[in-house]
Design a protein around this ligand. Sequence first.
Ligand code: NAI
Length: 370
Amino acid sequence: MKIGVVKETAPGERRVALVPETVGRLVKGGVEVQVEAGAGEASFFTDASYREAGAVLVPSAGEVLAQCDVLVKVQRPSVEEAARLREGAVLISFIPAAAAAELLPILTRRNITAFSMEKVPRITRAQPMDALSSQSTIAGYKAVLLGAAALGKLFPLLMTAAGTLAPAKVFILGAGVAGLQAIATARRLGAVVSAFDVRPAVKEQVESLGAKFLAVELAEKDTQDAGGYAKALSAESHRREEELVGRALKEMDLAITTALIPGRPAPRLITAAMVRGMRPGAVIVDLAAEAGGNCELTQPGREVVEGMVTILGPLNLPSSIPTHGSQMYSRNVSSFLAGILKDGALKIDFQDEVLKASCLAHAGEPRVQV
Ligand code: NAI
């Protein structure tokens, strides 16, 4: 059984799918791990550290792709990579829905069994494999650092000989995985933090992190689905939310937006008019930029300045903290691998809830809808 790791080829991607620590555990479990030379360099894992962990270093990606039984990647494979992957191999990586139309025909033609880490359900048993959550934790943390760096103010209350500085006011919209980590990070830096989410269940978590939960009465009783995700709001609730957000934003120095409803465009929470009503020097960091943005003025991957307000729409933040991003992803993948490897050999049980939900292609056929 050979597990392959190649250097990521997507522009700007610095993470690596397996770090040496995980490789060591897999090798002890009786599998061979082939790593393309230099695969970990951008996340500061040296070839020597992989070798020490027991990996076989391979000079080129092509050799890994042609030989491995299981290829693990962070980003979806390129068309070229998919076409060079050994027929009948297993692929594990993020595979966004938008890439499926391009990749699925190649994967099915080549009999690849493809698992998407994006599709791992957020159920208790699958938590160790939940790469969306591990990477959102990193994004929430980094969003605060970006906001702090763009702000013309310090975060904490400071009493100095040069006078007293009021603490920065930070507002987090959407208190899921990224939002809760953003709250914790902003609090550690000394800001006064408030947050809003349509799911009242998160109020307690927000308050336990030392932030204030801004509540609004929504028209519907039930704002979350059976999986614990938010549902789209009615027009009346949306109006009430807009009113609350518009009022709160006038006082804020930094807003971080993370609102997400799975499978839908990002809900629009901040209008252009609200941005114009913000304090001079205020900053918005919109984590939902890739899904269309929670702010009307967000442009994915760009910095927009409206009057004296700066709006950042950063993409792929986990790649900007590549050592820990890789470490967490690697542990997620290793937990996933544990579910398909028995005594060093592949044993895939498609009745398993996690495998059923995350398998995109098997035996020449597409599986779950992407
Ligand atoms: P999550 O599902 O854990 O949290 C999303 C939260 O938004 C939920 O608590 C939900 O109740 C809330 N929400 C939904 N509609 C809302 C509304 N109308 N008003 C207020 N709150 C609302 O998702 P997670 O993992 O925290 O990700 C958050 C966002 O960050 C996603 O859009 C994700 O794609 C993005 N992300 C961006 C990254 C980047 O590098 N830019 C990296 C990782 C995640």
